[in-house]
Design a binder for this molecule. Structure first.
Ligand code: SIN
Ligand code: FE2
Length: 212
């Protein structure tokens, strides 16, 4: 398993091609099943109510969402079906153990679905109580241009490509780094076979520990 720490960003570890093509396929099938149980929904920016361009759902005991009045938060049920989120697939729990070595399991897996025109503005992940736990992200489908900055919004930032099958771990000082998705690229670095290619999307899974 190849991994490198991103130069200039201590604690940010990139694992290009972490998931094999068949693991990407299996993971995609599992995520499609999760979306069937917990349909994609849109979150809205706090206060302004501007809709985000990604569509999202979650699995795990907790899920992340945001709306105009209550803002960013973790909730234990889907905002529309009001049902509990589906369980986190066991393979994802194993990857969390392998790549984070954190002693507690993740409580939330946010599934972000990006169409070609979707992006995610620069932000910090700080809605969790446990800010010591790493963040683990896995990407599937289309490539994206990912931006990583420092702990302050105006710190210098750099971009790099995240491709299908890549894992990214943000821990230590990188746990609080600003990050975002500048744009989705209409390329699939690792030639991911169906089923995700058929949907023309990038899919990102972010696993987080929420409570201490
Ligand atoms: C996020 O920061 O929630 C998503 C990052 C990504 O899509 O790679
Ligand atoms: Fe984030």
């Amino acid at each position: 398993m190849y991994c490198h720490e991103i130069p200039g960003f201590p604690g940010a570890f990139h694992y290009p091609g972490f998931l094999t093509q068949s693991a990407q396929h299996d993971m995609s099938v599992q995520i499609i099943k999760i979306i069937q149980q917990a349909p994609l929904f849109v979150s809205y920016m706090p206060r302004t109510g501007v809709p985000m361009s990604v569509r999202m759902t979650n699995c795990g005991p907790l899920g992340w969402m945001s709306d105009k009045t209550l803002g960013y938060r973790y909730v234990s049920a889907h905002p529309e079906t009001l049902r509990p989120w589906p369980a986190i697939p066991s393979h994802l729990l194993e990857i969390w153990d392998e790549l984070t070595r954190y002693p507690k399991p993740p409580e939330a897996c946010l599934v972000n679905v990006y169409n070609l025109d979707a992006k995610m503005a620069l932000h910090q992940d700080r809605d969790e109580i446990d800010l010591a736990a790493p963040i683990l992200s896995l990407s599937l489908g289309y490539d994206c241009r990912f931006r990583l900055g420092g702990q302050k919004r105006n710190d210098p930032s750099e971009t790099f490509v995240l491709s299908s099958g890549d894992a990214l771990v943000l821990k230590g000082p990188a746990r609080r780094c600003f990050h975002g998705v500048d744009r989705i690229l209409p390329t699939i670095g690792s030639e991911l076979a169906s089923p995700l290619a058929d949907f023309g999307v990038r899919l990102n899974l972010t696993l987080r520990r929420v409570n201490e």
